[in-house]
Design a protein around this ligand. Sequence first.
Ligand code: ADP
Ligand code: MG
Length: 236
Amino acid sequence: VTKTEDQEIQEIQNLYADIDTSKINSFNDFPLSHRTKKGLKDTGYVTPTEIQRESIGPALRGLDILGAAKTGSGKTVAFLVPVLECLFCRQWTRLDGLGALIITPTRELALQIFETLRKVGRYHDFSAGLIIGGKDLHFEKKRMEQVNIIVGTPGRLLQHMDENPLFTCDNLQILVLDEADRCLDLGFEKTMNSIIENLPPKRQTLLFSATQTKSVRDLARLSLKDPCYVSVVEKA
Ligand code: ADP
Ligand code: MG
């Protein structure tokens, strides 16, 4: 007997409340869609890193996350798994438009995230777009319709929001602020605030940062609701 997608979603969601972080040894211990599990396995991700183990459970339950973990700790998969599961459980299709927005400070980081999304999300049917400087804006604009997941840098994203009528965020379910401290260091504070003000308030937000400075706390106050704090401290 093959399970329908409705049944799979119901079964997964029923298990969210019972996720016990101390008992997670592999990604298969999380209640995840078969599509995401297969994508993780194919990419060679078997054992979650600490930030992934700590943050994926609360993120699946729909909580906002304020995550602190240094570079190289595996933050990309920590937010991509909840993004994919969020849209999967809502049975998101191209017609639903933009469901997830991932903001990261530089083109290089955006490209890396996009590549990881293509690998881990390969068994899902979502469309994804990259919005970074240095690409032809006109070309990008025409392709904005029916994009489900966007990865982009702050300046270019705001430019699209301001100039492109096809770029609508009305349906946005989940926002990711990656390397928030670096976004602020690079002078994107006003840009980030303007983007966030353009987004529907009823959404989930995952904010990751290597350091927790005053300006990160200000951004967190603006963008998060009752966040779950996840901090991974390096062991000496
Ligand atoms: P961060 O964003 O915290 O700097 P990344 O998400 O870029 O970290 O991940 C750093 C490296 O670790 C990447 O090469 C990535 O492929 C690898 N990685 C991430 N998660 C896992 C995992 N669960 N198992 C093995 N390698 C992983
Ligand atoms: Mg990163």
